[in-house]
Design a protein around this ligand. Structure first.
Ligand code: SAH
Ligand code: SF4
Length: 348
């Protein structure tokens, strides 16, 4: 039997595991204390557990499965890790420090099937979904890194690493539950955001299964022609369907929706596009995050100049809704939005 990943277990499941190996249920709370308070992943250092339990745990459970394949630190303090999975695949995780915040950009899949033309992850194709343990381990790993570095912890989790989270929906919902569980990672639900390319039925499924967790939609094009060119998913679920789902999401959850909008010279960063976007946003309870194109393998796509971005913002700002420009973090190590791809460099 595959060993249980302890980070992935709910309290009740952990108690069940204790009973299965013939230990009293209160050991579950002790284990959780080691895992989530002390961030301990070495059974031998969990000093109040009896040796007999440690032996049993060694045979039936794991706290970590990932190996660190590489680590790169940007001039701006952003850190990117590449992890190797037990079956020999690689994926990446990014930690973005800022005043009072430690945000982590987690991956939900290895590669991605969605094929967006501006995104480096798309060039990998889709390899497989990450498991619940693999998703949660990214946060636990970064927590351990931060503990050793400056005693801080991850404050915000964004599902904007590799992959389309809603193609791994049930696992991502479970991951969010563990992230906000007081006996788990104990994060505020408001500090978690899941970003999707806009798979319409899954947006509604998300609203049903995890209405408390914020969703962001990567809009990226303000009309069907441009969006279909950039994102193949738009041919399947064009804007009319996407907005119907977005509005239903807002109605069902009462949450404000975030639209991510990528700025590409002559394509999405034009006066006409700003007007279309203003029209889209002024009709609904939403905010807009602008992301200037980061460079990758995106043939023919160019980032706009600062003047072009400012002109776009001016046009948009007349709409009276919240607009934020996302600063590229870690571009020198290919850690910014859309720059994650297969990394095989090994740590020496
Ligand atoms: N698959 C999900 C989440 C991961 S991508 C999604 O697409 O929403 C996270 C964000 O990065 C998305 O908003 C995406 O549009 C953006 N992005 C992808 N490639 C980019 C690039 N080259 N420059 C800027 N943003 C990019
Ligand atoms: Fe996948 Fe998101 Fe990249 Fe599109 S932008 S290919 S959905 S990771």
């Amino acid at each position: 039997m595959k060993p249980a990943h302890l980070l992935a277990l709910e309290s009740e499941e952990l108690k069940g595991l204790m009973l299965e190996v013939g230990e009293p249920a209160f050991r579950a709370a002790q284990l959780q204390d080691w895992l989530f308070q002390h961030l301990e992943v070495d059974f031998d250092r969990m000093t109040n557990l009896p040796q007999s339990l440690v032996e049993k745990l060694r045979n039936s459970a794991v706290c970590t499965v990932l190996k660190t394949a590489s680590v790169q630190e940007s001039r701006d303090g952003t850190i990117k890790w590449a992890f190797e999975t037990p079956d020999g695949h690689f994926f990446e995780t990014v930690m973005i420090p800022s005043e009072g915040r430690r945000s982590i950009c987690v991956s939900s899949q290895i590669g991605c099937a969605m094929g967006c033309t501006f995104c480096r992850t798309a060039t990998m194709g889709f390899i497989r979904n990450l498991t619940l343990g693999e998703i949660l381990e990214q946060v636990h790993f970064v927590n351990r890194h931060l503990r050793d570095k400056d005693g801080s912890r991850v404050t915000n989790v964004i599902f904007m690493g590799m992959g389309e989270p809603l193609q791994n929906l049930d696992i991502v919902v479970s991951a969010c539950r563990r992230l906000i569980s007081p006996s788990g990672f104990n994060l505020s639900r408001r500090k978690i955001t899941v970003s999707t390319s806009g798979i319409v039925p899954k947006i509604l499924e998300w609203a049903e299964k995890a209405p408390e967790i914020k969703l962001a939609i990567s809009l990226n094009g303000s009309n069907d022609a441009v969006r279909s060119e950039l994102m193949p998913i738009n041919r399947r679920y064009p804007l009319e369907k996407l907005f119907a789902a977005a509005d239903e999401y807002i109605r069902l959850t009462g949450q404000k929706l975030t639209f991510e909008y990528i700025l590409i010279k002559d394509k999405t960063c034009t006066t006409e596009a700003a007007r279309e976007l203003r029209h889209i946003a002024s009709h609904r309870n939403c905010k807009i995050n602008l992301i200037p194109l980061n460079k990758g393998d995106n043939a023919g796509l160019v980032a706009p100049s600062e003047e072009e971005i400012e002109a776009f913002e001016r046009e948009l700002n007349r709409g009276g809704f919240q607009v934020l420009r996302r600063k590229a973090r870690g571009p020198d190590i290919y850690a910014a939005c859309g720059q994650l791809a297969k990394e095989q460099k090994k740590v020496a």
